[in-house]
Write a protein that binds this ligand. Structure first.
Ligand code: NDP
Length: 286
C-alpha cells in the first residue's frame, strides 16, 4: 500500500503558485487578488476564512476580507458583490457558506461573474464541466484529480465508484472522472447493494460524511481509495468516511484523514484564483 500524501502535495502546489504570483506581479504590476466575504459569526466559517487568508498570504495573493454582520440585508450584500465583480484588482470572489437564513444564497452566488467564481459553484461552471469544456471546477474534487495525476494513477478505462452526489463534491467528482475516460458509477443514500458496487471499484472515492463507513469487505484488492470525508469521532478526533486501519493493506493507494484530500482543497482554491487572474489579463490583452 502506498500513502497519498495530500499535505506534501499541497505544499508543493503552493510553492509552484508562489512563482506564478510573483511572475504575474512582475508582468502586470499588480498582485493576484481574492475577495473573501464572511457574513455572521459562525465559528467554523471564521476558521475556514482565516485559513484561506493565511494561505493567500503565503502564496503571494492579496486578500480583500469583507466581514459583514449577521443582520446585513440582501441588498447590501448584493451591492458589495457587484462592486467586487467590477474591481479589476480582484480576480476571484469567495462567499463563505453557509449564509444566514434570511439571505438567498443562490441569488447572492449568482451575482458573482463566472470568471471570478473560484469555488466553481455557479451553474455556468458546472455546466461547462458537464460539457467537458474549460471552466472553473469545485476545489475538493479538483484536488482529488490533482492527487491522482501527481501520483500517476491512470483513469482511462478504469472503473470508478463515487460515494455521494452533492453539488460540491460527488457530482463534479463523477464528471471529472468521466472526462478522464473512467467508467463511473455514482452511489447515494438510495443506492441498493452498495457493497457490491464498491467491490467493483478500481478507484473508490468516498464523500458521504459517515465516519469509517467504508470497510475491508467493500474494497477490491489493489483498489485506489480516496477519502474525502471529514468527520469528528466521539473522542474529538477527525476521521474520514473510510476505516483506514481496516482497509489500508488491501489498497494499492490510499489517502489518510487528516492529511489527504483536506489540504488539497485550499491548494486548489489558490490555483483557481491564480488561473482566474492569468485568464483575466489575457482577456485584457486580446
Ligand atoms: P452532503 O451531506 O452534501 O452529501 C452527502 C452525500 O452522501 C449525499 O449525496 C448522500 O446521498 C450520500 N450519502 C449519505 N449517506 C449515505 C449512505 N449511507 N450511503 C450512500 N450514500 C450516502 O456532503 P458533502 O458532499 O458536502 O461532503 C461529504 C463529506 O466530505 C463530508 O464528510 C464533508 O465534511 C467532507 N468534505 C470534505 C472536504 C475536504 O476539503 N476534504 C470539502 C467538502 C466536504 P443523498 O444525495 O441520497 O442524500
Amino acid at each position: 500500500m502506498k500513502l497519498i500524501d495530500g499535505k506534501q502535495t499541497a505544499a508543493q502546489i503552493r510553492s509552484e503558485l508562489k512563482l506564478r504570483t510573483a511572475s504575474f506581479e512582475q508582468r502586470y504590476g499588480k498582485k493576484v487578488g481574492l475577495a473573501v466575504v464572511l457574513i455572521g459569526n459562525d465559528p467554523a466559517s471564521q476558521v475556514y476564512v482565516r485559513n484561506k487568508i493565511t494561505a493567500c498570504q503565503e502564496t503571494g495573493i492579496r486578500s480583500f476580507a469583507h466581514y459583514l454582520p449577521e443582520t446585513v440585508t440582501e441588498q447590501e450584500t448584493l451591492s458589495l458583490i457587484r462592486s467586487l465583480a467590477e474591481d479589476d484588482n480582484i480576480h476571484g470572489i469567495l462567499v463563505q457558506l453557509p449564509l444566514p437564513e434570511h439571505l438567498n444564497a443562490d441569488k447572492i452566488l449568482s451575482t458573482i461573474p463566472a470568471a471570478k467564481d473560484v469555488d466553481g459553484f455557479l451553474a455556468e461552471n458546472i455546466g461547462k464541466l458537464a460539457l467537458s469544456e474549460e471552466g472553473t471546477v469545485a476545489c475538493t474534487p479538483l484536488g482529488v484529480m490533482e492527487l491522482l495525476k501527481r501520483y500517476q494513477i491512470s483513469l482511462c478505462g478504469k472503473r470508478a465508484v463515487v460515494l455521494g452526489r452533492s453539488n460540491i463534491v460527488g457530482r463534479p467528482m463523477a464528471l471529472l472522472l468521466l472526462n478522464e475516460d473512467a467508467t463511473v458509477t455514482v452511489c447515494h443514500s438510495k443506492t441498493q447493494n452498495l457493497k457490491e458496487e464498491c467491490l467493483r471499484a478500481d478507484i473508490l472515492v468516498a464523500a458521504i460524511g459517515k465516519a469509517k463507513f467504508v470497510t475491508n469487505d467493500m474494497i477490491k484488492t489493489g483498489a485506489v481509495v480516496i477519502d474525502v470525508g471529514i468527520n469528528r469521532t466521539d473522542d474529538g478526533k477527525i476521521c474520514g468516511d473510510v476505516d483506514f486501519e481496516n482497509v489500508k493493506e488491501k489498497c494499492s493507494y490510499i489517502t489518510p484523514v487528516p492529511g489527504g484530500v483536506g489540504p488539497m482543497t485550499i491548494a486548489m482554491l489558490l490555483t483557481n484564483v491564480v488561473q482566474a487572474a492569468e485568464k483575466a489579463q489575457c482577456r485584457n490583452i486580446y
